[in-house]
Write a protein that binds this ligand. Structure first.
Ligand code: HEC
Ligand code: HEC
Length: 317
């Protein structure tokens, strides 16, 4: 009797099916890798690269964040709010537009709107992680948010904070329903004296670093920022102060070719580049001295840094 040799020869249809399944699997792996907070077009390479960064973020999240926010970001009663829910993240999805994979925000974050935060979701998450929130927004939480970035005394580098941020934002593809998560208390609730201290945007934070690096705090004070100098005026509300100065009857510029400023931003710029254009009347120890503030910041602070410095000072209202 002839022994029939059986070899496995899948039918044509089966082979096509297997191929299709594998393709769909790859597609979903790539799709699940990265989400931005605005509409972005991404190539496959981008997706794969960012996917790896998110995986790293996931590891740091497990080490650093899960003990307070829970392993899936649902929050822990009395310890920390949920950060994987729709209220906080909104929702995004991938769509094909003209053959390109595009990330689209289909629901914005209600939480950011409630806080009146002007930056992006990425900015907000990044700054909460980096600097922490030194003042608790509510008595609901046992401890305030710790800082994580090394320059704030935390354990993480810049790129690690970035990757955790990407990991958290990645949840926006399938956010938890609000009913399943602990929602943050509304600002000002829970017996706390103040609403959540809204962290700075990336540019404002960079401006604060310029302020510290240029040594402005040797002479000036900004509440909670570096050492508190008492030679020049307190700058904690410099935007409001500048607006008042411009509006006052005796305001004029004393430097030739430097016309009087008409907006608080311009006034702030001029005060740094041409300190003698206007001598502030009141310094902590009496009348302000002329010629004490260095006259060469226009040469020593690069233009890009200067813009960030002004953006930062302009939010001090
Ligand atoms: C010691 C506990 C603790 C740890 C650890 C912690 N958090 Fe938080 N987190 C909090 C608390 C408490 C709040 C609410 C703070 C407030 O509103 O005052 C919060 C708030 C947040 C918010 C803002 C939520 C909102 O609705 O405004 C984000 C985002 C966040 N945490 C992310 C993280 C990430 C990412 C990590 C890890 C790097 C982390 N947290 C580690 C306790 C913690
Ligand atoms: C050596 C001390 C000193 C340093 C350093 C210094 N300032 Fe001043 N600053 C003063 C004094 C004094 C005045 C008030 C006299 C005047 O208006 O020029 C002043 C005025 C100002 C004003 C105008 C305030 C007002 O109410 O009109 C601004 C804005 C300002 N400084 C910002 C800065 C910034 C930003 C830096 C760092 C890049 C800086 N200063 C560095 C001493 C200093």
């Amino acid at each position: 009797m002839l022994k029939k040799i059986v070899t496995f020869r899948p039918s044509f249809t089966l082979r096509i099916l297997t191929g299709l399944v594998a393709f769909l699997f790859m597609l979903s792996v790539c799709t699940l890798t990265y989400v931005a907070d605005i509409t972005t077009t991404l190539s496959e390479r981008d997706l794969q690269f960012r996917g790896r960064l998110i995986e790293q973020g996931a590891r740091y999240y497990k080490d650093q964040c899960a003990r307070c926010h829970g392993p899936e970001g649902k929050g822990i009663d009395g310890i920390a709010p949920g950060i994987s829910n729709e209220n906080f993240l909104g929702q995004v999805e991938f769509r094909e537009v003209d053959g390109q994979r595009v990330i689209q925000q289909i629901k914005p974050s209600k939480r950011l709107a409630e806080l009146g935060y002007k930056g992006t979701l990425r900015d907000y998450i990044r700054s909460v992680i980096a600097s922490g929130l030194p003042i608790k927004s509510s008595a609901d939480w046992a401890d305030p948010h710790p800082p994580f970035l090394d320059s704030y005394g935390g354990p993480l580098r810049d790129d690690q904070v970035d990757n955790i941020t990407s990991f958290v934002i990645n949840w926006a593809q399938a956010p938890k329903p609000d009913g399943e998560s602990i929602l943050p208390p509304p600002p000002g609730s829970g017996g706390a004296p103040k609403p959540t201290a809204v962290p700075l945007t990336a540019d404002q934070e960079a401006g604060k670093q310029v302020y510290l690096k240029a040594g402005c705090n040797a002479c000036h004070a900004i509440k909670g920022v570096g050492s508190q100098g008492a030679v020049g005026p307190n700058l904690s509300k410099i935007y409001t102060l500048s607006a008042e100065t411009i509006a006052s009857a005796d305001y004029k510029s004393k430097v030739k070719d430097q016309p009087a400023s008409t907006t608080p931003e311009d006034f702030i710029k001029q005060s740094i580049h041409y300190p003698n254009a206007y001598i502030a009347p009141q310094c902590p120890t009496g009348a302000c001295p002329a010629g004490v503030m260095p006259q060469n910041f226009k040469d020593t602070i690069p233009a890009a840094d200067f813009d960030k410095l002004v953006a930062y000072l302009s939010m001090l209202k």
